[in-house]
Write a protein that binds this ligand. Structure first.
Ligand SMILES: [Ca+2]
Ligand SMILES: [Ca+2]
Ligand SMILES: [Ca+2]
Ligand SMILES: [Ca+2]
Length: 169
């Protein structure tokens, strides 16, 4: 590597971040411990403002420049707080992404949140969506919220939505 870094040290500037991470991921300078000179070492900075420091991200293997490494609509820091896996979009492996489970009220850590033997993805959920003076009631299995998109509906007295069972996110 031609980075001007010390080839005998993984962390040339001693800020806690290894040179490789600084050069390719965190966007900080591998030769300066405090790249932006704000008094906070690069390792303690939270470059992507996702709630956890660059150093913690380096240890976890998450992306210090991406707030949501696994793209499940929960910031990396939120996932640490919740106990979900910031590197797995579906921590409990029940086919419902972590962020969606938080939104719909089921547990992202349990495939059957209320332990009624019906898995979260098959639970019947009712939601009322408001937009201005219009409200839409939607009832269906949790999975429907993965793919549901309603746009420009007008003068429709009843609306039926069919979900393609083969559909996935
Ligand atoms: Ca991150
Ligand atoms: Ca995430
Ligand atoms: Ca996750
Ligand atoms: Ca899940």
């Amino acid at each position: 590597m031609q980075l001007g870094t010390d080839s005998f040290s993984d962390d040339t500037d001693g800020d806690g971040l290894v040179d490789f991470v600084e050069a390719y991921f965190s966007g900080t300078n591998p030769r300066i411990a405090d790249s932006d000179g704000n008094g906070i070492k690069d390792g303690d900075e939270d470059s992507d403002e996702d709630g956890i420091s660059n150093l913690v991200e380096q240890d976890l293997g998450t992306d210090p420049t991406d707030q949501d490494t696994d793209n499940d609509n929960l910031f990396d820091g939120e996932e640490i707080a919740l106990g979900t896996d910031p590197l797995n979009s579906d921590s409990d492996n029940d086919m419902l992404p972590d962020g969606m489970e938080v939104k719909t009220g089921s547990s992202p850590l349990m495939a059957d949140s209320d332990q009624d033997t019906i898995p979260d993805r098959d639970e019947i959920i009712t939601r009322e969506i408001f937009r201005g003076s219009i409200s839409i009631n939607i009832t269906g299995k949790a999975m429907i919220f993965n793919t549901l998109q309603v746009s420009n509906v007008s003068n429709v007295s009843s609306l039926s939505i069919f979900r393609d069972t083969g559909a996935s996110r």
